[in-house]
Design a protein around this ligand. Structure first.
Ligand code: TXA
Ligand code: MG
Length: 318
């Protein structure tokens, strides 16, 4: 595995790997992605193998500009164009009708394709230099905590990838928000752009976030984003001192005290800061050999919805 940085030479090297069927982990503004040429079914198949991801779970395709978008998707509605004008580049993924040239392995056989234009300069430059759309799920083993640092990728996937570009910690810390527009505007995954912001353009979004919506968003499974250590959502003040000794805590604004290891997401109660730190702290807590992790519930408005979604799936047991 090559360790690369964001210098022009290294990005050109990573782009060359992608052009020749390689698999490269790279930073985006949300989480680290595991990328391959979206037009190369064999390269995309390697992503599924490396992640041990079920083939029914389609990938997000990353584009650098609108010309690339048109190579990936067709019949783009005026409403989709308005969302693109407002939120791209950025952490909004749109589910659109796919072009015939996108291989079925990318979309798990669906007639639609999930597309986004990342805002992170490294991600965007990499896709531009590769000269083709890049299919990239999060760079973690299927079902496990998402990576927000290059070290997370290296620890979880190691030598299985051809190269990892180290771009430091990601800014948002939670994945993109996924919206489907046909037949009607629907939220498929809470993410880095709060649903309320998207609704200023789309009007009220239907919600299809549960496991029952499997055909629409196959990857949105109840058990996901999970550490190996058992995790539960609980008001920390209600936990008895004796139960804290061998456990870890993920607090929101203030430590509860008495835990073997405790991390505070945002002393100021800032949900952006909390989202940015979420997975990094969960990785740390998971590495600490604790009996259990207790996570404080957060307010569910704005970015709180995306954070609580991740915690709920992480704590689901099936
Ligand atoms: O922020 C992000 O979106 C990150 C970075 C790397 O861009 N990527 C990411 O990918 O989160 P992944 O594979 O972990 O999540 C992709 C989600 C899956 O839940 C999948 O079900 C959904 O996108 N998806 C992909 N194609 C779809 C489609 N055609 N229709 C509905 N959902 C789709
Ligand atoms: Mg993922």
């Amino acid at each position: 595995m090559e360790r690369l940085t964001s210098t022009p030479e290294h990005l050109e090297r990573a782009a060359a790997l992608l052009r020749s069927g390689g698999v490269v982990a790279f930073p985006t503004e949300t989480v680290y992605g595991l990328g391959a040429d979206a037009f190369d079914p064999a390269a995309v198949a390697r992503i599924f193998e490396i992640k041990r991801r079920p083939r029914f779970d389609p990938l997000i395709v990353h584009v650098a500009d609108e010309a690339m978008l048109d190579a990936v998707a067709c019949d783009i509605s005026p409403l989709a164009r308005r969302l693109i004008a407002r939120f791209w580049p950025g952490p909004l993924t749109l589910v659109l009708r796919k072009q015939a040239s996108i291989p079925g392995i990318v979309t798990a056989g669906l007639p639609t394709v999930a597309v986004r234009m990342p805002a992170h300069p490294v991600a965007r430059e990499l896709v531009r230099l590769a000269g083709r759309p890049i299919a990239a799920p999060s760079a973690n083993p299927f079902g496990y905590l998402s990576p927000t640092r290059a070290e997370h990728v290296e620890r979880m996937l190691g030598d299985a990838v051809d190269a990892t570009i180290d771009g430091g910690a990601t800014e948002c810390g939670v994945e993109s928000t996924i919206v489907m527009l046909e037949p009607s505007p629907t939220l498929l995954r809470h993410g880095a752009i709060p649903a309320e912001e998207i609704e200023t353009i789309t009007g009220p979004l239907a919600r299809e976030l549960s496991a029952e919506s499997a055909p629409l968003a196959p990857g949105v499974l109840p058990y996901h984003y999970a550490p190996r250590t058992p995790i539960r959502i609980v008001d920390l003040v209600s936990v008895a001192p004796s139960e804290r000794v061998r456990a870890g805590a993920l607090a929101f604004t203030a430590p509860a005290g008495g835990y073997a290891l405790e991390r505070v997401l945002s002393p100021a109660g800032d949900l952006r800061e909390a989202a940015a730190r979420l997975f990094g702290y969960l990785h740390e807590l998971d590495e600490a050999g604790l009996e259990r992790i207790d996570a404080q519930p957060l307010p569910s408005g704005g970015l709180g919805a995306a954070i609580m979604d991740r915690l709920q799936r992480a704590s689901a047991t099936s």
